[in-house]
Design a protein around this ligand. Structure first.
Ligand SMILES: Nc1ncnc2c1ncn2[C@@H]1O[C@H](COP(=O)(O)OP(=O)(O)OP(=O)(O)O)[C@@H](O)[C@H]1O
Length: 269
């Protein structure tokens, strides 16, 4: 099953007739077999794109366009969160209650979603030792907790998994481990990952698909290796040059806030 976005737009009213142009003319196709990463600067729209897929947009957001998995399109798709779309949150801490052991929480999630794999099998899939089942969330490290959150996202056997900044609380090595795990999980399901962590994508998943966002639009899509070695958009070139390992050159053009953004706004003015 394929995840497809066609001409998706999201506008968020902020009062006095003004609105944030959070997503504009988004076309994206993510397929099983390789992960699809979405990268871009802060405020470019990565999280909103994830939310447009998972149905977790702000209540007052105006959505238009098509988001579908196979024949199931939003908004009906959004009602199948957990079963058709598994969600890995930015902070793993927010998806578990601190007062119950991990095993019970995972078992309850599996039961609720009607999943076929039990908590132990789910931990096997993400490479977390089964001893974690007897622990409280606060007894697990940040990296272990993020793996547990990925296990929870798989509890309903969804054909699509969406992860919004799954490495933002992790150090370099743990980030690469998580990106590698998500790439592995993409072998037989769609995996869409929003991240600012270009370095982790580069080192862990060079044959992944990559979309680059700037100011609410996707400005470039290709395989990660191609985009890193031969970027076609000016914004991608400048973003890569701004990485610490490339000399930390600041972006020469400003990043706009997205309030009432003119329709013809493009990087470089
Ligand atoms: N609930 C909201 N109300 C108003 N504006 C919002 C809301 N949520 C997001 N935005 C705005 O939408 C735009 C896109 O935000 P989004 O969080 O999707 O970007 P991002 O690329 O994920 O950024 P970051 O990497 O900083 O998380 C930003 O201008 C943001 O301020």
């Amino acid at each position: 099953m394929t995840l497809e976005l066609e001409q998706v737009e999201v506008r968020i009213p902020i009062g006095s007739g003004r609105e944030v142009h959070a997503l504009t003319e988004i076309d994206l196709v993510a397929v099983p077999g390789k992960p699809h990463f979405v990268v871009g600067g802060s405020g470019s729209g990565k999280s909103t794109l994830c939310s447009a897929v998972t149905g977790l947009l702000p209540g007052n957001a105006r959505f238009s366009g098509t988001v579908k998995v196979g024949d199931l399109a939003a908004p009906a798709l959004w009602g199948q969160r957990g079963r058709v779309i598994g969600v890995v949150p930015q902070s793993a801490m927010t998806c578990f209650t601190p007062v119950r052991r991990l095993g019970g929480q995972l078992a309850e999630t599996v039961r609720y979603l009607g999943g076929e794999r039990g908590p132990g099998e789910l931990l096997d899939v993400v490479g977390l030792d089964r001893s974690a089942l007897a622990k409280y969330p606060l007894e697990l490290s940040g990296g272990m907790l993020q793996l547990a959150a990925i296990a929870a996202a798989l509890a309903g056997d969804p054909p699509v998994v969406v992860a919004d900044e799954p490495t933002s609380a992790l150090d370099r090595q743990r980030s690469e481990d998580v990106v590698q795990l998500l790439a592995k999980l993409a072998a037989d399901r769609v995996v869409l990952v929003a991240t600012h962590d270009l370095a982790a994508v580069r080192s862990a998943a060079a044959d992944a698909d990559l979309s680059v966002m700037f100011a609410s639009r996707i400005v470039e899509t290709g395989t990660a290796g191609e985009v890193f070695d031969n970027p076609s958009a000016d914004y991608t070139r400048d973003l890569l040059a701004a990485l610490p390992e490339n000399g930390l050159h600041p972006l020469p053009w400003p990043t706009p806030d997205l309030i009432d953004l003119p329709a013809d706004y493009r990087y470089g003015g």
